[in-house]
Ligand binder design. Structure first.
Ligand SMILES: *[C@@H]1O[C@H](CO)[C@@H](O)[C@H](O)[C@H]1NC(C)=O
Ligand SMILES: *[C@@H]1O[C@H](CO)[C@@H](O)[C@H](O)[C@H]1NC(C)=O
Length: 217
């Protein structure tokens, strides 16, 4: 009996792990019909007669993304919106490129854990736990770092050369909330009196940050 206890614990842990990712699939494939007007949890399936290898393929991560923007970084997603065949499969990838000094600013993925593999260069990366502990490390080409589901995290290229990573998610569409953009560039805007009290600063400071994050027209 005692020998069975670890087995029960392991099985229970696996069940919990399985329940923590996207829901499981109920058929071989359910290639997303991205143009269907019907809203379900995920996307409706195309007719199997109409699916092809193209639905399971994407070339968009082959080349570095352009990093000549404010943050000096670019995320190129390879999720269900680019690869319809990923619908119901619970996985996706992104490529992230960083100029020297580039930052992928603090953000969270509400629906997925992320595992990053460094293709080129070096990055200072970290996540913050719900008890406000920063778990951080410098990682270089060939190394891996994990960002647990839902926790705020970032990557910074403090090196002198460009860097790039491939990241995997246990969701077909992990979703991203970039903290600064979420709070300072929402539509309609988050009221100034919420942000002044939350950040313990004045309206001027809040307005200044809001102006920096104003959606480009
Ligand atoms: C397959 O695709 C064609 C062209 O897009 C469409 O006309 C046809 O209705 C589709 N067939 C099914 C079974 O969905
Ligand atoms: C970034 O570089 C590309 C190609 O060199 C150029 O077309 C684009 O306008 C640049 N973007 C910005 C924001 O400077």
């Amino acid at each position: 009996m005692a020998a069975l206890v670890p087995l029960f614990v392991t099985t229970f842990a696996l069940l919990l792990a399985a329940a923590a990712a996207d829901p499981d699939l109920l058929q071989d494939v359910c290639v997303a019909d991205l143009n269907s007007g019907i809203n379900v949890n995920g996307f409706t399936c195309k007719s199997v007669a109409n699916i092809s290898a193209e639905d399971f393929s994407f070339g968009g991560l082959a080349k570095p993304g352009l990093t000549n923007n404010t943050f000096g970084s670019l995320v190129t997603a390879a999720n269900v919106q680019k690869i319809p065949g990923l619908n119901t499969l619970g996985v996706s990838l992104s490529r992230i490129d960083y100029a020297p000094g580039g930052l992928n600013p603090p953000h969270t993925h509400p629906r997925a854990t992320e595992i990053a593999f460094v293709l080129e260069g070096e990055l200072d990366v970290g996540f913050i736990t719900t008890t406000n502990v920063l778990i951080s490390k410098s990682i270089k080409k060939g190394e891996i770092f994990v960002f647990p589901k839902g926790l705020v995290h970032f990557q910074k290229n403090n090196g002198k050369v460009p860097a790039a990573v491939i990241v995997a998610f246990n969701s077909q569409l992990p979703g991203t909330q970039s903290i600064a953009t979420t709070l300072f560039a929402a539509t309609p805007p988050v009221p100034d009196n919420v942000l002044t009290k939350a950040f313990q600063v004045g309206t001027k400071e809040v307005e200044k940050i809001k102006s920096r994050f104003a959606p480009k027209k």
